[in-house]
Design a protein around this ligand. Sequence first.
Ligand code: ADP
Ligand code: MG
Length: 451
Amino acid sequence: MEFEKIWQSVLGEMEVQVSRANFATWLKNSRLVDNRDGVFFIALPNNFAKEWVENKYHKNILGIVRTIDPSVKKIEFMVDGHLVGGIKKSPTKEIASKLENQIGLEFRVDPTTNLNPKYTLASFVVGPSNELSFAAAEAIVQEVGTKYNPFFIYGGVGLGKTHLLQGIGNEIVAHYGGKVRPRYVSSEKFTSDIVWAIRNKRMEDIKKKYRDVDVLIIDDIQFIGGKEKTEEEFFHTFNALYENNKQIIISSDRPPQSIPTLEERLRSRFEGGLITDVGYPEYEMRVAIIRKKLQEMNRALSDQVVDIIAKKVKKNVRELEGIVNKVVFYQDKKGVDVSDRIATEIVDSSIQNFSRHINDTQVIKAVAEFFSMEMIDLVGRSRKKEVVEPRQIAMYLLRDILGVSYPSIGEKFGRDHTTAIHSYEKVNREINKNASLNQKMILIKSLINKS
Ligand code: ADP
Ligand code: MG
């Protein structure tokens, strides 16, 4: 299997283990460059990122890598093509050319549009959880700038927002050639451009860059919220484009009204356009996505194995892809079809890394520890606000991680099973929309894992 695929599964897991901001800042732009003699070579965009990842995430990465390829002994980090540290050699031609191949045609981002051609509308699997968003995407290609402006799409991590946004951009290029010019940018990049422009007194260049387009696509807008100067500039850019009937497309991990730091005037602008969401894919769709990915990889897995994966990996398409890659990788390596038992093992060891020995007390204890409270209060009768959220989270996790039945969850908390259902559903609904809740969950889960 190609490095890109392996690395994607590693990143898929890292994404679950670290905070979203850390993931976006340090890991997103990393690459697996080479794998030889038991050493994985990981490239990072700059020295700063290299040191950070090396210090903070070395162990986690090695752990994950070993679940994919137990023969790996060591990881070497490097800056782009240049080996740093461990190996005191300048980059060999071999590695440089491998790097080229890895980035390959498929992943060559167009420097003017900043779009990655691998994300197309055609390769996007449509189902109940995203059909409205997909219909909007198709409609926008037909009516650029006029009807659905701005278009705002929101939903949890790994559910296809970036794919859809870039798909619209690529489709517009395919449809109109150079006549309609899209530009894609992440909100982190937008922010760093503004900061750079202020520092270097080049604001005019940046204004031109973002205003001289027909379609501006901004990904993960929630990262702009609260950064005053960036928000200000974005607002002006937004207005300039909007008044000229240019299409604006925005994504976020939550709806505009839930981005607390977003200025009111921006929020109301967003609300004036079309807003759709993407949710968790249901079973049939997960099967369809797995099949699509297999087809793209030119690989096959048995129906039972597809079913095993689809039944277990529910909330993140990136994670789903990562696990498919892992299973395919295993199968390629062994040269025989992967059995149901092995597939189950691979999936179980990948999802969230929870081991079998975890019990309900450990879950409740971790929640109490996270919220700095006593376990006795968590399971007690108090209705105080500061106890309610932790308690609902604890109930949710018991169900989510351990599959405890609602009546026995209720019992543990001296409540009725309907309370347990209500708590589970409430948290389950919110987790997809509320980044801070999501963040708490990740931290609590890591506490559980450590216990
Ligand atoms: P988000 O931006 O919402 O975090 P991405 O767009 O990056 O998610 O999607 C994560 C991965 O899952 C990508 O590789 C993407 O191609 C894939 N993916 C997500 N949804 C779909 C879908 N409906 N059909 C095909 N692939 C999908
Ligand atoms: Mg995204």
